[in-house]
Design a protein around this ligand. Sequence first.
Ligand code: UDP
Ligand code: MG
Length: 284
Amino acid sequence: MSVPQVSVIVPMYNEEANLPELHARLTKVLTGIDASSEIIYVDDGSTDSTPDQLEMLLQQPQPVCVRAVRLPRRRGKTAALSAGFAIARGSILVTTDADLQEPPEVLPMLLSRVRSGEAHLVVAWRQQRQDTLFRVLASRLFNTTLHWLTGLSLHDVNCGTKAMKREVAENLEGWMISDMHRYLPVLAARMGYRVAEAPVPHVARRRGHSRFGASRYLRAIVDLLPVSLMWWRGWQVWLTLVAVSIWLTATHHPVGWLGLAMAVAWAGSALAFWWKYDFPSPGR
Ligand code: UDP
Ligand code: MG
């Protein structure tokens, strides 16, 4: 079996209603590109019929190589992507969500921009978001914060649809814990990789519902500290927080202790990353 040039990785948690259409459309798209490919479905411990459907797909003859990984329990999107990266064989890795909110038909465009060498990573930028107003506003705030922090001009850092050179995914591996999938484009840029964005149409989730609850916002904030401390701006914010907390504690304000405890916890998690992480220089 020859090594495929492109690996498409799809994390899935209880996506039984979307899998048939997703698979049909992905297969059609991938048979139409001038590169060999594989689809890697990562079942993130689904409790519906997703694993059975995957088993059936693996047993049927397929025009595109189909592989599947099953995580023994739900470990979240970041862990699912990481499991897909670990077995992917392509020189370009593509990720997309199972819910078809970004049409699979956009993948060749993302791919061609990475293959041309224009960028090491291309992230889709959802146009006319079909999500609730609250989510759209939260996403705006998230992207504006990242822009202010990093200076990068990206509008939709957390879009699940991306294409990247294999080397980028390999170097992101050390960051694939918690819910860090949200920050992959900014981390890649910080490593020195060229990151570009590609506008894509967006459609509402037609089947199933979002697999993330309100805890996503808390996790995004907690994960932001180690990410932000990769930039001097992040240190400025953190040092200001520490200074204000010390002042509040000195003036016997109870919020001061809370601030200090948060600052210490955040610094601890950030240092853990600094300790183990060494930024590689990008290849070509
Ligand atoms: N997902 C996953 N594990 C999780 C949560 C989500 O594998 O714990 C998958 C999910 O099945 C989907 C993708 O990650 O393919 C994005 O999830 P979702 O569409 O629910 O996210 P949203 O669009 O609400 O951000
Ligand atoms: Mg979705």
